[in-house]
Design a protein around this ligand. Structure first.
Ligand SMILES: [Fe+2]
Length: 273
């Protein structure tokens, strides 16, 4: 049995297409998508969601789907309309149909699945909300997550870094990010799990795709998408770096538009984006 595990697509359609083409060469029995499907490359919103919805995949929601569901329900006030720092989210939201929004809103937070060979649980970040991030170096968090689930396999995303770890007798598998990976490989990350002799064998893959095509698809003023490109190219979370610097200058979040836009102008002048 072979399972393809995808996470954190973030609206990067060329990366998703590259992963699906790669996975199509394998005898994949099941596909799992661990959330954060949209928001960072809004130009591909409708096509990305159409493609994801067409897949015979199990899907859970990520924090990005929570943001969209909150905005749909009016639970987040008018920050997206007022603050330039949310421009990518707002543009994504505007490109979604009512049916898309309903589909996103109905996504489960977790899924527990039982197959012929094994049972597993899918989550976006951690099985207990508010937990520390599940990173390989954070053994305490891994143990806590492993003990919180009954299943021998826990699939998680969110960190944008691949991980295959064992804790408290369970396997914890993060396939890395399809759309905005932070590990410097520049490829689209996903994982293949094969169940052999009663044990999971996990292969994490980095599939190359044309970043120049992705760059050319970004509007000149779509600064957030360009910061995502820089994250992919440098292997560092430049998006978080930008947010932290803006917060430092403003002393608050959300950041006033004049401060946010001035910082983006600096990054442009420095050739970062
Ligand atoms: Fe993500």
């Amino acid at each position: 049995m072979t399972v393809a595990i995808l996470s954190d697509i973030h609206g990067n359609l060329p990366a998703l297409e590259a992963v699906l083409a790669d996975a199509a060469r394998e005898p994949v029995d099941h596909m799992m998508i661990l959330g954060d499907i949209l928001t960072d490359f809004p130009q591909f919103t409708a096509e990305t969601l159409r493609l994801v919805r067409s897949l015979p995949a199990y899907v859970v929601r990520g924090n990005r789907e929570d943001y969209i569901a909150d905005h749909t329900a009016g639970r987040d006030g008018d920050d997206w309309e007022r603050y330039a720092s949310f421009a990518g989210n707002l543009e994504t939201f505007r490109r979604l149909s009512a049916a898309d929004l309903a589909w996103i809103d109905a996504l489960p937070v977790q899924l527990a699945l039982t197959f012929r060979d094994f049972s597993c649980r899918m989550v976006h970040d951690a099985p207990v909300s508010g937990s520390e991030p599940l990173k390989a170096q954070n053994k305490r968090a891994l143990r806590r997550a492993a003990r919180a689930v009954r299943e021998p396999l826990l699939f998680c995303g969110h960190t944008h870094r691949p991980m295959v770890e064992r804790a408290a007798g369970k396997w914890l598998v993060n396939p890395g990010s399809v759309g905005v990976n932070f590990d410097g490989t520049r490829g689209a990350r996903y994982a293949l799990l094969r169940w052999e002799d009663g044990e999971p064998r996990v292969e994490t893959r980095s599939v190359p795709y044309d970043l120049a095509v992705l760059r050319a698809s970004c509007a000149p003023d779509d600064s957030w998408a360009r910061v995502c490109l820089r994250s992919i190219e440098t292997g560092k979370n430049c998006n978080l770096e930008l947010i932290r610097e803006a917060q430092k200058r403003a002393g608050c979040w959300p950041v006033p538009n004049d401060i946010w836009n001035a910082l983006l102008r600096e990054w442009r002048t420095e050739g970062k984006i």
